[in-house]
Write a protein that binds this ligand. Structure first.
Ligand SMILES: *Cc1c(COP(=O)(O)O)cnc(C)c1O
Length: 228
């Protein structure tokens, strides 16, 4: 029987192998366990195996879990990774540690206004539509710089980096292309003076390509918790 523990070990091994290929240090990559559609008791099981950061896509589903797992605070860290409507900004600002899916300045401003004073500034990544797919969320690459500089001025947010969900590709080489493009955009922003440290890319099917191209956070769901 495959358990969360063995699946987590397998994902850590995949990350370590990709690091060996890329000659990168393993501690340079954080594993975000994507727990959408996963019950709170299975998140608790992953926490018991040492996993600390969890990603959620749907605000209401996440809030129920955050509440049920309140005793794990402050060790547990909650990351919003799904598309976010502005009317949910307050709830997200109050209950999450990170938002990876900021795709417009208006949403950033609402998160900034709503972030409670008792909490540290909210960590955010800008989501980039790196494969330039129609009807996909995320800023177009050419829009990112202006939004990043504006967001960087908001005191209750801390701009950490970029996130993308590239178009699925079958081969390792094809998977690398969009990840490389996101990394180049990330480096261009840093060259413009923004202090960024987070490149959130890579999922169950393409984490090796993302690690080889410089991911600092991989977001992995099904390889840990099974198919949804
Ligand atoms: C669901 C999801 C993931 C994880 O996908 P898997 O293929 O299950 O690893 C990662 N990032 C985002 C934004 C997601 O919505």
């Amino acid at each position: 029987m495959t358990t969360i523990r063995t699946q987590l070990q397998a994902v850590h091994l995949r990350i370590a192998q990709a690091c060996a290929i890329a000659q990168r240090p393993v501690p340079g990559i954080a594993l975000l366990a994507v727990s959408k559609a996963v019950a709170a008791d299975r998140v608790r099981e992953a926490y018991a195996c040492g996993q600390r950061c969890f990603g959620e896509n749907y605000v209401q589903e996440a809030l129920a879990k955050i509440e049920l797992l309140g005793d794990l605070r402050p060790g547990i860290e909650w990351h919003m990774i799904g598309p976010l409507q502005s009317n949910k900004a307050r709830l997200v600002a109050e209950h999450f540690d990170w938002v990876h899916s900021v795709d417009r300045l208006k949403l950033a401003e609402q998160l900034n206004t709503r972030r409670p004073e008792r909490l540290a500034p909210m960590n955010v990544c800008l989501q980039v539509n790196i494969s330039a797919e129609k009807s996909k969320s995320g800023l177009m690459p050419e829009e990112v710089s202006a939004v990043a500089h504006a967001l960087d001025e908001l005191p209750r947010l801390r701009l950490r980096g970029l996130m993308a969900i590239p178009q699925p590709a079958q081969t390792f080489e094809a998977q690398r292309g969009p990840h490389r493009a996101l990394r180049e955009l990330f480096e261009a922003l840093k060259a413009q003076g923004l202090s960024l440290d987070t490149l959130s890319m890579g999922m169950s099917d393409d984490l090796e390509a993302a690690v080889v191209e410089g991911a600092t956070v991989v977001r992995v769901g099904s390889a840990i918790f099974g198919q949804r």
